[in-house]
Design a protein around this ligand. Structure first.
Ligand code: MSP
Length: 508
């Protein structure tokens, strides 16, 4: 049976236009999904839109639109983004779909039946922008406006009847759970943050709102709508057809392998979500990874700050794969990262045009001229084998992926690109025209190096790498990570095809 991998990105609030931070999260998830697919996993990659709550209701009113119509419009912009970013998601869920209502109502009923939910009254601070409740010590006053210390968003005083989830009872079980599952929250610094928050004591959590209507009603009391985070988090189950836990999708893919999220929504995923699941006797996900923010200057990119960088504009100018490569390589994964056009242009010139593009172009055109556009024969010497074998340690590469160590993965590739260019230079095949076997072997080795590196780059830049692999006669469905072990994958006399320029150097 195939191994399985279920990866999710947070479903987006369709309250505004997508920005670079959204694109980043999805591209990283797509990278992991594609790697696991070529490593022969059965992959389910989920994204979608989170459409309930006061934030969306207000945004639709501000736009004078019926709320569902408003969601339809903006959700379709996010769906469109999945195509523009060449995401390989298996599903796109909307929380306004019936399948999601069924899952949320069912989960609520279980929690209520098990006595984890009770009716009382909430009085405290609420941020509509974060859809989060904050305690007195989590807010501050700036220019007479009360704001959340962590997100900086405005909070308002709420006093209303509300259902509560007995989160306080989950403090100890959660701490035990974190202890037993040491890699449940990554990176380590975020794990520590969460543990110290939970150790500080957990209060029961308000899980319904009464003062607006846009949401899923509490099944036993239609005056209340279910708190949007309890609603939204459940999307990870609804996409697997929960509550039907006997169906193939749920059986195969739950618990999720990786919830990939931004650090701003860590508490919801690493505290509330496992508590809801444990309370409902559902196994929690294996891992929650909280990545950093894409900053604009020194600040988080967000609509409210008005500092949005439009991913589509960047793609129009520089191309999607360049942007994907840049985000995966240049942002230190787990930390905040800055995107600037200057850095992107440097990255295109040095890594993509000079290094990867150059290697592919020069080797393929040399093969075209000197080997009649077919894979030549080979008789490896130790030097050839040494460089080819340097990409055979599949376990090491897999561990980069399984530890979400994207930067090590990228450094490994860059290292191999330099080494391969150097190999071709040092071997000087153009001076071996009298030694047909040696010339052929150098070309063969270089083609194999290109094949291996391009396979590793496939999850980063799917479209460009498919073009390169096609020129070696390899189709997308045949890309296999395991084939990196093989130094003689390419078959002698097989045709190779001309490659158009992959990346144009940007003149400054
Ligand atoms: N709807 C919630 C998630 C519900 S999941 C059950 C939400 N939506 S969001 O649209 O605000 O954010 C979606 C994702 O994008 C989150 O992971 C968030 O952290 C991420 N990012 C939003 N702005 C970002 C940056 N500037 N940089 C990197 N990621 C950012 O939260």
């Amino acid at each position: 049976m195939k191994n399985k991998f279920y990866i999710t990105t947070p479903i987006y609030y369709p309250s505004a236009k997508p920005h670079m931070g959204h694109a980043y999260s999805s591209i990283v998830a797509d990278f992991f999904a594609r790697f696991k697919r070529i490593d022969n996993y059965d992959v389910f990659f989920l994204t979608g839109t989170d459409e309930h709550g006061q934030k969306i209701e207000r945004a639709s009113k501000d736009n004078n639109k019926d709320t569902l119509k408003f969601c339809d419009e903006i959700s379709s912009i996010f769906k469109d983004l999945t195509f523009k970013l060449n995401l390989s998601n298996n599903d796109f869920i909307r929380t306004t779909e019936k399948r999601h209502f069924d899952a949320v109502e069912h989960l609520w009923n279980i929690l209520e039946k098990k006595n984890y939910i009770y009716l009382s009254k909430y009085s405290g601070w609420y941020s509509v922008s974060d859809e989060a409740f904050y305690s007195e010590d989590e807010i501050e006053e700036i220019d007479n406006i009360k704001k959340s210390k962590s997100s900086g968003s405005k909070v308002e005083w709420v006093e209303e009847e509300s259902y509560f989830f007995k989160l306080s009872e989950w403090q100890k079980p959660l701490l035990n759970f974190y202890e037993k599952n040491r890699n449940f929250i990554l990176p380590e610094s975020r794990r520590n943050e969460v543990i110290s928050f939970v150790k500080g004591g957990l209060k029961d959590l308000s899980v319904s709102r009464k003062s607006f209507k846009w949401g899923i009603q509490v099944p036993s009391n239609k005056d209340h709508v279910i708190y949007v985070w309890l609603d939204a988090l459940t999307n990870y189950l609804s996409a697997l057809k929960y509550p039907d836990i006997k169906n193939d999708l749920f059986n195969k893919f739950w618990p999720a392998s990786l919830h990939l999220i931004g650090k701003d929504i860590l508490r919801f995923h690493a505290v509330y979500w496992p508590a809801f699941l444990l309370a409902a006797d559902i196994e929690p996900p294996h891992r929650v990874y909280g990545h950093g923010w894409i900053l604009s200057g020194d600040e988080k990119m967000s609509k409210s700050k008005g500092n949005i960088l439009d991913p589509l504009e960047i793609i129009n100018i520089y191309g999607l794969d360049s942007l994907r490569y840049y985000l995966l390589k240049e942002v230190s994964f787990g930390n905040d990262g800055n995107i600037s056009e200057e850095k992107l242009e440097n990255c295109i010139n040095s890594d993509l045009a000079n290094n990867f593009g150059n290697l592919c172009q020069r080797v393929l055109s040399f093969a075209e001229k000197n080997c009649s556009s077919v894979v030549p024969s080979h008789k490896f010497n130790n030097e050839d084998l040494k460089i080819l074998n340097s990409m055979n340690n599949l376990e090491k590469i897999r561990s980069f992926i399984d530890n979400q160590d994207i930067n090590q993965y990228m450094s490994f590739i860059i290292d191999k690109l330099f080494a391969s260019n150097k190999y071709f230079n040092d071997q000087e095949p153009w001076k071996k025209k009298d030694d047909k076997i040696r010339l052929s072997t150098i070309v063969y080795t270089a083609l194999e190096l290109i094949r291996k590196i391009t396979i590793l780059l496939y999850p980063v830049m799917p479209q460009t790498t498919i073009n390169v692999l096609n020129s070696l006669n390899i189709k997308e469905n045949d890309i296999e990570f395991l084939s990196l072990k093989n130094n003689e994958f390419l078959k002698e006399n097989q045709k190779i095809y001309k490659l158009n320029i992959l990346f144009k150097k940007i003149e400054k």
